[in-house]
Design a protein around this ligand. Structure first.
Ligand SMILES: NC(=O)c1ccc[n+]([C@@H]2O[C@H](COP(=O)([O-])OP(=O)(O)OC[C@H]3O[C@@H](n4cnc5c(N)ncnc54)[C@H](OP(=O)(O)O)[C@@H]3O)[C@@H](O)[C@H]2O)c1
Length: 320
C-alpha cells in the first residue's frame, strides 16, 4: 500500500508494507482521513506516536472493513466505518482495535464521517465525561474556529449550554451560525472582561482550553464558582504560575488531558460514550461536520501547510 511517511520533517507519499490484521482488530481500507494539529507537531518532531502505534500520521479515518481479526464482534467485512486512531490514518489501509470503530452516522458521507472521531472523542471526554457540562451552564471554548472548536461549539449548544468562544474576527459570523452566543476577538479584546460582562460577572462554568500557559491565570479569572478548566493544548506554552488562592476562591478545578496516549480500554469507553451520546445528535443534524477543504491524501503536505496558516475554519480532509 501507499502511505504518507515523515522524512526529515517533510511528508512523502511512498510504498510501504501493508498492516497485518491482529486479534481484536480489523483492517480498514481508508476512504478519507483528516488533519489534526497533532499531525503537524508529529511532522515537526515534537509528538512521536505512542509505542505500538503506526509510524504514519493520522488520528482518524473512514473507510470499509477489508479484513477482520480473531475475536472481533459487532463489525463485519465490507462494513462502512469511521475510527479513532493512535496514528496511521494517512495511508491506504490501517489496522484498528475494534473498540475504536464507530458506525457512519446516519445521513453522513464517508468523507464527512472521517472528520468526527478525533474531535468528538476529545470534546466529549473532556466537556461531558470529565467536566459534566449541564444545560444552562456557560461553556467557554478557546480557538472556536479550530477543528476542536467548531465541534465543541455545536456540542455545547446542542446540550443546551450557553457557548462563548475566542477566535479571530473573520471567523465570528460562522461561529454564531454554529451556535455561539458570544464571539470574542482574542487579538483585540480581553476575553476575561468579555466573559464577565456577558455573564453578569458570574464567569464560565466550563472552559475548554487549547492555549495552556498563556491563558492559565486569565482562565481562572474568567471561571465561575465551582467551574472546571480543562487544558488540552499548549499552543501558548507549558509553564505558568497558578495563584491557588484565586482558584480556591472559585472552588475551581484545573486539569489537563491527552487522548492519543490513553490505553485501548479507555479509548473504547470514550468511543462507546460518543456512539451513545454524540452520534444521535449528529444523526439529528444538531452537530455537523465542518469541512474547510479537501485535499488528495498524497497532498498531505499542502493540507498541513493550510493548517499552519491558521486560515481554515473547521476540518481539513484528506481523501484517497
Ligand atoms: N489533548 C488532546 O487530547 C487533544 C486532542 C485533539 C486536539 N488537541 C489540541 O487542540 C487544539 C486544536 O486542535 P485542532 O486540530 O482543532 O487545530 P487547529 O484547527 O489548527 O486549531 C488551532 C486553533 O488555535 C487558535 N488560536 C491560536 N492562538 C489563539 C489564541 N491566542 N487564543 C485563542 N485561540 C487561538 C486558532 O484560532 P484562529 O483561527 O481564530 O486564529 C485555531 O483555530 C490543538 O492545540 C491540539 O493540539 C488536543
Amino acid at each position: 500500500m501507499r502511505a504518507i511517511v515523515i522524512e526529515n520533517k517533510q511528508l512523502a507519499w511512498v510504498e510501504v508494507a501493508d498492516p497485518e490484521v491482529r486479534g481484536g482488530e480489523v483492517i480498514v481500507d481508508v476512504t478519507a482521513s483528516a488533519v489534526n494539529r497533532a499531525d503537524v507537531l508529529q511532522r515537526q518532531g515534537f509528538y512521536p506516536p505512542p509505542v505500538g502505534a503506526p509510524a504514519y500520521p493520522g488520528l482518524e479515518c473512514s473507510g470499509v472493513i477489508s479484513a477482520v481479526g480473531p475475536g472481533v464482534t459487532g463489525f463485519h467485512l465490507g462494513e462502512r466505518v469511521c475510527a479513532l486512531l493512535a496514528g496511521g490514518g494517512y495511508a491506504e489501509r490501517v489496522s484498528v482495535p475494534v473498540g475504536q470503530l464507530l458506525p457512519i452516522p446516519a445521513g453522513l458521507s464517508l468523507v464527512e464521517a472521517a472528520t468526527l472521531p478525533e474531535v468528538a472523542c476529545t470534546v466529549w471526554s473532556n466537556v461531558v465525561d470529565r467536566d459534566r457540562l449541564r444545560p444552562g451552564e456557560t461553556l467557554l471554548v478557546h480557538g472556536g474556529g479550530s477543528g476542536i472548536g467548531t465541534f465543541a461549539v455545536q456540542l455545547g449548544a446542542a446540550m443546551g449550554a450557553k457557548v462563548l468562544v475566542t477566535a479571530r474576527a473573520e471567523k465570528h459570523e460562522r461561529l454564531r451560525a454554529l451556535g455561539a452566543e458570544l464571539t470574542i476577538d482574542y487579538q483585540s479584546d480581553d476575553f476575561v472582561r468579555a466573559v464577565l460582562a456577558h455573564t453578569g460577572d458570574r464567569g464560565a462554568d466550563v472552559i475548554l482550553d487549547i492555549i495552556g500557559a498563556k491563558y492559565l491565570a486569565r482562565n481562572v479569572a474568567a471561571l465561575a464558582l465551582d467551574g472546571r478548566i480543562t487544558v488540552i493544548g499548549m499552543q501558548g506554552g507549558v509553564s505558568a504560575e497558578l495563584d491557588l488562592s484565586r482558584l480556591m476562591a472559585k472552588r475551581g478545578r484545573v486539569s489537563a488531558t491527552s487522548l492519543r496516549a490513553r490505553p485501548a480500554a479507555d479509548k473504547a469507553r470514550i468511543v462507546a460514550g460518543v456512539r451513545d451520546q454524540v452520534w444521535p445528535l449528529v444523526a439529528a443534524g444538531l452537530v455537523r461536520p465542518v469541512i474547510h477543504r479537501t485535499f488528495p491524501l498524497a497532498q498531505a503536505a499542502a493540507a498541513q501547510a493550510l493548517m499552519e496558516s491558521g486560515d481554515h475554519f473547521g476540518k481539513i480532509v484528506l481523501q484517497r
